[in-house]
Design a binder for this molecule. Structure first.
Ligand code: ADP
Length: 488
């Protein structure tokens, strides 16, 4: 029987938490729902605060030996996890599409993307170099070493059920940290499958722990325990602030990847066909539910009509439906509350001067799940919710702007600063805009920014810290300075 059919039988696959190398159940369980048809997929253990304490204790014990394991050995284990992830790509993607909704091909792409961080981090384990430093007094020597911070509590979101886990866990493990992961309640199945593969890869018990349950119970254990050294979080700015506040009591390290409000800027010299293709990719990835999705599409006046004339049919051609159907590019949004929030955003945009040029409605009644039409809105004011908040749905909102100064001011007029996009063929504009945009990442003539090799992260209220590349691994280390006197 293939995995998709087995999904209807929750007794057949892993729904317990993974602590100290064992699967741990619980009296209380919570349901995981398929947002494409609202059918229950599984009942997952809610291990509550008590289970979280157990996992932290296991991770803390395991850290004492894991930190001493040779980085070459750590590399082998992490690489084995990577290989198992790729060998099980189709099954992981099946779980992912079933619980999160993104199209199956896109889900497979996420598994590849997520695995990329695992292999990159595995190799970085060997490259955590220190430096020798000439010090002032004769006869003394100084050098730095990088050491793992300790136990890392990882809290991850539902929009990338696999990649947001691998992007934190693999570099933490490579640095010599042990981990306790709490995946989102909406998407624990992909996460637990990753834990099963970590088990098969052979990490020593307690190095890799995955706990499921209610965030409000588990979060305070991770932020409050003296045995946890750092919190790695991806999610909303609101929850990120709360975790930072909780972690402040113990002056705990935090790495926060929070919300965005990405400007997607199209200058009057841009290649409009490429810009339209870029908007379609950036806007509708994961049904518009990513923190780097194009949120405010800002077009220079002179080309705005031509751009909209090309964008409208492109949006109308995007197919919505169950992620397992071929040709579907947009699946459902994560749940019915999300659907209602999007309906409210569209209504509010209209109340603030916006015109709906395409779509604008829920497809719940027609398609049965949490579906929303691909939508194009133009001209909502900067007082609207759609301008000020993350849309997190398949709604493209376009604004007109005069010149470069006007565009920069509009783009930076937000408390967020994660990703920004610019389409232009003028090299001067490339420099001025990429340097002037108050964002952690700027993509020029490209619709995406993340890769295992490069630093991903935000400024302002979009977060602290970087994931990816050597920076992503360094994030999980302390830089220690050693001074040696009287050697002559
Ligand atoms: P979203 O609004 O996109 O669901 P959240 O920030 O609420 O994003 O969720 C991201 C992750 O944070 C999820 O794993 C969720 O369970 C967790 N989370 C939500 N609230 C809290 C909390 N109070 N303490 C700790 N974790 C939380």
């Amino acid at each position: 029987m293939d995995l998709k059919s087995r999904l209807n039988d929750p007794t057949l696959f892993k729904t317990d938490s993974y602590i100290k190398g064992e699967w741990v159940g619980a009296q209380t369980r919570f349901q995981v729902i398929n947002p494409a048809n609202m059918a229950p997929l599984a009942e997952v253990a809610d291990i509550e605060a008590e289970g979280a304490h157990k996992a932290v204790k296991a991770a803390h014990q395991a850290f004492q030996s894991w930190k001493k394991v040779s980085p070459f050995e750590r590399e082998v284990l992490i690489q084995r996890w990577h290989d198992l992830i790729l060998e099980n790509k189709d099954d992981l993607a099946t779980l992912l599409t079933s619980e999160m909704g993104k199209p199956f091909e896109e889900a497979k792409g996420e598994i590849d993307y997520g695995a990329g961080f695992v292999t990159w981090s595995a190799q970085e384990a060997k490259r955590l170099y220190g430096e020798t430093i000439p010090v002032q007094r004769a006869g003394t020597r100084g050098w730095t070493i990088r050491q793992p911070v300790g136990v890392v509590g990882c809290i991850t979101p539902w929009n990338f059920p696999a990649a947001m886990i691998t992007r934190k866990c693999a570099p933490a493990l490579a640095a010599g940290c042990t981990i306790v992961i709490k995946p989102a309640e909406d998407t624990p199945l992909t996460a637990l499958a990753l834990a099963e593969l970590a088990d098969r890869a052979g990490f020593p018990p307690g190095v890799f722990n995955m706990i499921t349950g209610e965030a409000k119970e588990i979060g305070p254990v991770l932020t409050g325990s003296d045995d946890v050294a750092m919190i790695g979080f991806t999610g909303s700015t609101e929850v990120g602030k709360l975790l930072m506040e909780q972690a402040a009591k113990g002056v705990k390290r935090v790495a926060l990847e929070l919300g965005g409000n990405a400007p997607f800027i199209i200058m009057d010299d841009a290649d409009l066909d490429k810009a339209v293709a870029g908007v379609i990719h950036s806007k509708f990835r994961a049904g518009g539910q990513t923190c780097v999705c194009a949120n405010r599409i800002i077009v220079q006046e002179g080309v705005a009509d031509a751009f909209l004339a090309k964008l409208k049919p492109a949006i109308e051609a995007v197919k919505v439906g169950d992620g397992f159907d071929r040709d579907v590019k947009i699946g459902p949004v994560i749940h019915l509350e999300a659907l209602e929030r999007i309906e409210d955003l569209v209504r509010d945009a209209q109340d603030h001067g916006g015109t709906v040029l395409s779509g604008g409605h829920s497809l719940r009644a027609r398609l049965g799940g949490a579906f929303f039409e691909p939508t194009l809105i133009e001209g909502a004011s900067s007082a609207s919710k759609i301008w000020n908040s993350e849309i997190f749905g398949p709604v493209a909102s376009v604004y007109r702007a005069k010149d470069e100064a006007d565009i920069l001011a509009m783009a930076n007029n937000t408390p967020y600063g994660l990703a920004a996009y610019v389409y232009t063929r003028d090299i001067g504009r490339v420099y001025r805009l990429s340097e002037g945009l108050d964002y952690g990442m700027v993509a020029v003539n490209a619709p995406s920014v993340g890769s295992p090799a490069t630093p991903f992260g935000g400024v302002k209220q979009s977060g602290i810290g970087r994931e990816g590349g050597k920076w992503g691994v360094e994030e999980f280390t302390n830089l220690k300075f050693v001074l040696l006197g009287d050697v002559e």
